[in-house]
Design a protein around this ligand. Structure first.
Ligand code: 5GP
Ligand code: ZN
Length: 117
């Protein structure tokens, strides 16, 4: 069911603490942690604690929670003193989504080309 923890989900395991992560922020509804394979000096993932498969599903099922995630991306950028940064929700395998628990990438600390690859 949408929102329920999934036994086979890596990010649900990070939320539960059964897989370690470098957590930089936590709220009642969200967790932010450093990406294990950083693509920029700051590369933090912000996730809802509840399981939703991607950003679209999250926004449809739980719009207030989607807003919590977005608010936390701003808080991460502030903590990391990023003037400019990029928020990415890879959605679908063709766009590079590999973990099926909604997550915002916060990337910054270097020049970011536009358009992205
Ligand atoms: P996606 O490709 O789905 O948009 O993003 C998934 C991200 O999760 C990737 O950037 C990947 O490096 C990161 N990742 C995968 N496994 C782990 C892990 O065990 N710990 C952390 N911190 N990040 C992970
Ligand atoms: Zn999950």
């Amino acid at each position: 069911m949408a929102g329920e923890p999934q036994d086979d989900c890596l990010f649900c395991k990070i939320v539960a603490g059964s897989i370690p992560a470098t957590i930089v922020r936590e709220t009642d509804t969200t967790v932010a942690f450093r990406d294990i394979n950083p693509q920029a000096p700051t590369h933090v993932l912000v996730i809802p604690k509840a399981h939703h498969r991607d950003a679209a599903a999250l926004a449809t099922a739980a719009p207030e929670l989607a807003a919590d995630v977005l608010r936390e991306t701003q808080a991460v950028a502030d903590d990391e003193k990023l003037e400019s940064y990029r928020i990415i929700f890879n959605t679908g395998s063709g766009a590079g989504q590999t973990v099926w628990h909604a997550h915002a990438h916060v990337l910054g600390g270097r020049g970011l080309e536009w358009p992205p690859g």
